[in-house]
Each structure stands twice: as C-alpha cells, then as structure tokens.
Design a protein around this ligand. Sequence first.
Ligand SMILES: [Zn+2]
Length: 308
Amino acid sequence: MDTGIITTDSYLNHDTGRDHPERADRVTVIIDNLKKMKSKSLIWKKPKKFDLKYLQLAHDIDYLNSVKDSFPNHGLSFLDGDTILSPGSKKATIDAVGSILIGIDGVMNKEFKNAFCAVRPPGHHAEKQKAMGFCVYNNVAVGAYYLIEKYNLKKVAIIDFDVHHGNGTQNIFYNNEKVLYISSHQYPYYPGSGNANDKGNKNNILNVPLNAGTKPHEFLNAYDNIFKKLKEFKPEFILLSAGFDAHKDDPLAQINLESKDFYTLTKRIMSIAKEICGGKIVSILEGGYDLNALKDSVNYHVKSLTED
Ligand SMILES: [Zn+2]
C-alpha cells in the first residue's frame, strides 16, 4: 500500500516577515524534492474544510476567538515575539490542521497505509490557550482528538522527535490517559519544559531530555526506552511530530543527527507500529530550519514510510 502526502499551497501565504527561520521555502524544498522522486508509492492529497469543533477540543474557545481577531487585513501581527501572522495565515493555519485530518481519514479508510503532511506553520508549541514558538494551532493535538472523537479510538500515541520539547502537546494532554505523549529533545533548551520527571497526571507523558552535542547512536539508543513505553501503552494509532531540527546542520539546536538517521528512526517506529497498530502512522512536519538538511531528512523519512 501507498503513502499519502498531504499538502496545499496556502502555506506560501503564511508570511512571517524577513529573515524568520520558519519560512515558506522550508515546505517548498520538501515538496519539490518529493515530486522529483516521481514515486508511484506516493498519493498526493489536499486538505479539506473540516468541522471547527475539532479545534475546540485542543484549544479554549477564548484563545481561538483571539487568534481569529488577530489575523491582519494587511501587514503582520504578532501573537508572541516569534509567532507572526499575515493575512494569508488564516487559511494556512487551518489547512495545516486540515492536512493531518485528511491524512488520518486516508489511513483509517485504507486509502494509503500511512501519510506525511508537508505543512506550516508547525504546531507542537501551541498550548490550549497560548500561541508560541512559530505555532498557532496544535495540529498534532487536533489530530489525536480527531482519532478519539471521530473514530472512537481509546489510545493514541504521539512521538515528537523535533529537537525542541513540545510544551503545547504536553500541556493539552497533561490529564488525558487516552494519549501517550513522547518527546525526545535537547535539554535544557527552548522552550524550557520537558524534564524527565514530568510524566503527566496519568503517567501518560515520557520526556527524554538529551544533552547538546548528542551523537546519532546516543540519540537512537535513547529510543529503546521510548519503544518500551510505546509497546506497554499499545496505541491504536501513532502520530509523529516530525521535526528535523535535531540534524547536525540545523541552526536552531545542537544535536548531531545526519539525514540518514531519520531513515533509521522512522524504520524502527514503523516496525513497532506494524507490531502494535497495523502500521497506522500519520506524520506531520514540525521544525527543521536548514533547507538542505530538511530536504534530505524528509526524503529519508518519506522513503522509509513508503517501504514495507
Ligand atoms: Zn523544533
């Protein structure tokens, strides 16, 4: 079976201003490169409109209203020091969420076996009532709620291998035993959260802090613990917060993965997913700020998703 690639060009109109690391080129290089693969194993899909009630499961209504009022008619507006909105952000932010929902539908309906969403803005820093770190809506959190509400799943796991801790995802699921949130991240580092003692109120959070300078084998070894917890939890579906900023060339952090390590990591996740949830995985782009490293790493990640 094939791999879904969910994307649409509204991300181009999410303008974060000059010299912002979270820029449109990030997704453009990914899409151009995946198209070049000319792989028959890729099924390209666009996000669709969705019922906004799913957004309200992850975010407070007051927060959603304040975001809605913040989209500028022209120029830029700031939700925090580095989370910026332009007129085109309204559609881009909704399409980022819509993409993960289409990816989930495709996997649940067996249209493809797994999916990758090439979208921006990212989502994992966005909390229930707060935008943060380039993130407006928490795309992956809405995806997890969608699986629980629409498909009646009892257990969903989110694996977040972005180099930053997903404080937003942790915040949203802190008291929710249906969702296991796992994050590997450089620590101490932005955003400051994610120490190993923080396990959530239902022992449903696994934080795996890594020192600056962590080498590929150390990073991959740290996943042994993660996979143990994942197997114990036995999720029915796995969502990936796929950030590629743990790459050695990434300007925003100091972990030393090479592009091919994302192949190995994805392969290992897939093998466990096959064992415990029929291989059901939807992956969504989070960070990754060196364009070449990002392009190559996503290439390895998607190549792995397409293989058996
Ligand atoms: Zn990141």
